[in-house]
Design a protein around this ligand. Structure first.
Ligand code: KIV
Ligand code: ZN
Length: 511
């Protein structure tokens, strides 16, 4: 039996540190449940001390997730560790991840501490975290630029203090694969008590090497990889979970370890994260990009038709791509609807929620005759979004757009119980509808992102719109889906407005 490679997902923590990728507590829970369905081993849910909103999100994830271990990040400070311990109290399996920088530049310029003080603080932090859980992870931040003798000293000390995972971050994405692999090998050979801990890696993608560096580390003995869905993360991002998992799965001839994930959940999870954060996936992105399995050249198509393996090293369905299969139509009944949702692992908390989703399905089937799995997933997202829209709802919208004339829009909104109407002209129909909404709400927000994606192929596909808006340093994302992209845009705008007027859960995920 080969070793297990532990997959530690940090989409909800490091991923959220991408500027603009902030998520609400409920969105974090939705992503955490999707990661749990994928059977991710450890979910880093956030940085509890960062803000009350972060604390609540970690707490909510800890309470909602049953099968994956839930982790909270903490600097090597008592107040951080206590806050993480508290947030994780409801978890079935909890981990505290504590860190302090060990590179000369970070110790001198950022921490203004002597190396001896850093060792002392690291040991103290691990011991304190052990009072909350046996599962403590320690990271020497900026390990990729730390001096090897000092790194060995810190690591030996934290393992003695009770750390059971030692994570080696290439915080600034500076390392090259052969060098990073050698670093892991050296640590495993030189740290006398290395056998008592799992060695992990956490690579950033500043030079586009996060996945290569992580895999090189695995080949040299690392048995946990920290990664994110779609490679989301601080600056250029983190190692992409989907690439790590599929590299290990696809090359058992090279890797002497295995991953226990359900890879068919990769594409749905990638879509969920991209929709919630508004970070679109580039079409040529490995594994989860729209073109990752599309063959354009005639020679390739001919080869694949004769034998798939001529040009494909993985099967699209193994990572969760479905063939846009028509599953339901306007004549499908409630039972067929419920059965297909069950097959897609989608469940509802109550019969009323199922009934409401079925009513929305019937509406959609009237407009769009062929309903695909992706449409069903979007329906469920819509239900979650509708629940978020507590203060403002779209009642009615009419948009006129004709050659040579400025488009104009009329909208009626329900605002905290009262209906209000507004009208405006705009450069285009979407601009007009946003201005009409603003003529009513006058939100004072700034729109910083607008993106549309089709959910399935064909011009009758639903459009999925993401908008990002900012007000007073607070950033939120809103989503909406509809067969009419102007209506989808209005829904996304209203979803973002609902979030921005809800009391701030956090100013920014980072301290
Ligand atoms: O990049 C980094 O060093 C981190 C640590 C907190 C592990 O995110
Ligand atoms: Zn990081």
């Amino acid at each position: 039996m080969s070793d297990k490679l532990i997959i530690f997902d940090t989409t909800l923590r490091d991923g959220e540190q991408s500027p603009g990728a902030s998520m609400t507590r409920d969105e974090k829970v939705r992503i955490a449940k999707a990661l749990e369905r994928m059977r991710v081993d450890v979910i880093e849910a956030g940085f509890p001390v960062a803000s009350p909103g972060d604390f609540e999100a970690v707490q909510a994830v800890a309470n909602a997730v049953k099968d994956s271990r839930v982790c909270g990040l903490a600097r090597a400070l008592d107040k951080d560790i206590d806050r993480a311990g508290e947030a994780l109290r409801g978890a079935n399996a909890a981990r505290i991840h504590t860190f302090i920088a060990t590179s000369p530049i970070h110790m001198k310029m950022k921490l203004r501490m002597e190396p001896d003080q850093v060792v002392e603080q690291a040991v103290k932090a691990v011991k304190r975290a052990r009072q909350y859980t046996d599962d403590v992870e320690f990271s020497p931040e900026d390990a990729g630029r730390s001096e090897i003798d000092f790194l060995c000293r810190v690591i030996e000390a934290v393992i003695d203090a009770g750390a059971r995972t030692v994570n080696i971050p290439d915080t600034v994405g500076y390392n090259l694969p052969h060098q990073f692999g050698a670093l892991i090998r050296t640590l495993l050979e030189r740290v006398p008590n290395a056998g008592k801990a799992v060695f992990s890696v956490h690579c950033h993608n500043d030079l586009g090497l996060a996945v290569a560096n992580s895999l090189s580390a695995v080949l040299n003995g690392a048995r946990q990889v920290e990664c994110t869905i779609n490679g989301l993360g601080e600056r250029a991002g983190n190692a992409a979970l989907e690439e790590i998992v599929m590299a290990v799965r696809t090359r058992p001839d090279i890797f002497t370890c295995h991953v226990d994930l359900d890879a068919t959940q990769i594409v749905p999870c990638s879509r969920l994260v991209s929709g919630i954060t508004g970070f679109a996936v580039q079409p040529n992105k490995a594994i989860v990009g729209a073109n990752a399995f599309a063959h354009e050249s005639g020679i390739h198509q001919d080869g694949v038709l004769k034998s798939r393996e001529t040009y494909e090293i993985m099967r699209a369905q193994d990572v969760g791509w479905t063939a846009n299969r028509m599953v339901l139509g306007k004549h499908s009944g409630r039972n067929a609807f419920r059965t297909r949702l069950q097959e897609l692992d989608i469940s509802f908390d109550s019969e009323e929620e199922l009934n409401a989703a079925f009513a929305r399905f019937k509406d959609l089937a009237d407009k769009k005759h062929e309903i695909y799995d992706e449409d069903l997933q979007a329906l469920v997202t819509e239900a979650n979004l509708a629940a978020e829209n507590e203060h403002i709802k779209l009642v009615y919208s009419k948009v006129c757009s004709e050659t040579g004339e400025m488009p104009n829009a009329v909208v009626t909104l329900w605002i905290n119980g009262a209906e209000k109407q507004g009208a405006a002209q705009g450069d285009g129909p979407v601009d007009a509808v946003f201005k009409a909404i603003e003529s009513i709400v006058n939100s004072g927000t700034q729109l910083t992102l607008y993106s549309v994606n089709n959910i399935t192929s064909g011009t009758d596909s639903q459009g999925e719109v993401t908008v990002r808006m900012e007000k007073g340093g607070r950033i939120v994302n809103g989503q909406g889906a509809d067969t009419d992209i102007v209506i989808a845009s209005a829904k996304a705008y209203i979803n973002a407005l609902n979030k921005i007027i809800t009391p701030a859960e956090r100013a920014h995920p980072q301290l």
